[in-house]
Design a protein around this ligand. Structure first.
Ligand code: KG4
Ligand code: ZN
Length: 361
């Protein structure tokens, strides 16, 4: 069946068409427009501006998705749309568009939880995932562990008590003067650093539950950064444009200083990765799972992907390790269409509502 997926939970406007059956989910088109450039100067997403941009992008993006897929509206079998969690103004753009098209084209509507969208990015391919599976969701706003015994038997095992892992990456990058999303920047610096140079805390790593905490780690990173670069914060408040000017202007003029920065980033990345992996493996062993799935934007982190694979190999854990291709880890509409294929719940144009607080219902 051909499913149109629509994603507008944050700043992105996405539309995708997938051709889905029991064996395979194939992407026919996957179009994404972002308003991130308009938020750069403010240092974060401004919800109203994001929603206004999405209002103008939505129809052109859907049109492009249909055109690229060589599909007409009459060939669609369903419309899957993110109805939460997310920013209310942004969600409304996608939900109200999906309702309108469903009414006009007479197509069933499938409401999709954005977080399950991330999970189902793992089902965009022809590989077979064997249940039970432990799923680690690491997006910008969420860090959660799920146990999936089937598509309908899903249990939430735990999640973050404060910041999400992605949020920790973003806030630490912000401290260095980098805009959202900061994870890729930290990862880039980390590549040239020594990840054992700083011994950052691994919060809650050996607790008996499956919960996480990353806000303390962020504070440790801030303290270590200030210790080595005492002027950093002060400079950043004065110099617009961020770390580049601070770093190459007055602060990080020597290669030794740059190395400290790389070491800070590598040590931060390693601390986050250690916690995520230890907790996921603990759940995998306890529930004797056949598969471990990664999902969400932070799953695009190469060090996380590599370290996971290495540890599974070293520990001789016979589980299937699945992670979506990098472009499908961050927000996109193909994952919403894929989740739509596996969602039993249906909606109609007159009963679907956006729900910004939606979690694991
Ligand atoms: O799933 P996502 O695209 O959006 C949400 O639903 O929140 O995730 C965005 C998050 C951001 O925190 C971003 O910094 C992080 O994913 N991220 C990364 C990388 N790429 C994206 N974090 C670390 N390393 C990366 N390569
Ligand atoms: Zn997301």
């Amino acid at each position: 069946m051909n499913i149109l997926g629509i994603e507008t939970s944050c700043d992105e406007t996405g539309a995708a068409i997938i051709d889905a059956n029991e064996h395979q989910r194939r992407i026919l088109s996957n179009v994404l427009a972002t308003s991130m450039h308009t938020h750069a100067k403010s240092g974060g997403i401004i919800p109203e501006i994001a929603a206004r941009q999405q209002g103008t992008y939505m129809i052109p993006v859907i049109h492009e998705a249909l055109t690229k897929a060589h599909i007409s509206s009459s060939q669609l079998d369903a419309i899957a749309v993110t109805h939460g969690p997310g920013l209310i103004g942004s969600l409304l753009v996608g939900v109200e568009t999906a309702k309108t098209l469903s009414y006009l084209w007479n197509k069933p509507l499938i409401p999709v939880n954005h977080l399950f969208g991330h999970v189902y990015a793992n089902w965009i391919s022809d590989h077979t995932i064997v249940f039970p599976a432990v799923v680690l969701i690491v997006s910008g706003g969420h860090t959660d562990l799920l146990l999936m015994k089937s598509h309908t038997d899903i249990t939430w095992l735990g999640g973050t008590c404060d910041d999400a892992a992605g949020e920790c990456f973003d806030k630490c990058a912000r401290l260095l003067g980098y805009d959202y999303p900061g994870g890729p920047k930290i990862a880039q610096f980390a590549k040239s650093g020594d990840n054992a140079a700083f011994s950052f805390p691994r919060p809650m790593i050996y607790n008996h539950d499956y919960d996480f905490s990353f806000s303390g780690l962020k504070t440790s990173f801030l303290n270590a950064t200030k210790q080595h670069f005492p002027l950093l914060r002060k400079e950043l408040t004065h110099i617009k444009g961020g770390w580049q000017q601070v770093a190459f202007g007055s602060q990080l003029s020597t290669s030794a200083q740059k190395q400290i920065l790389y070491n800070l980033c590598a040590s931060l990345e390693k601390a986050i990765i250690d916690v995520l992996i230890i907790k996921t493996l603990k759940a995998a062993r306890k529930y004797d799972v056949n598969s471990i799935l990664l999902s969400g934007g932070v799953a695009a982190n190469q060090a996380l992907r590599d370290t996971f694979a290495e540890i599974l190999e070293k520990e001789k854990l016979s589980v299937q390790f699945v992670v979506p291709e990098k472009s499908l880890c961050t927000d996109n509409a193909a994952m919403i269409a894929a989740a739509g294929f596996f969602t039993k719940e249906k909606a109609t144009w007159n009963d679907l509502e956006a729900n910004p607080q939606l979690y694991f219902a």
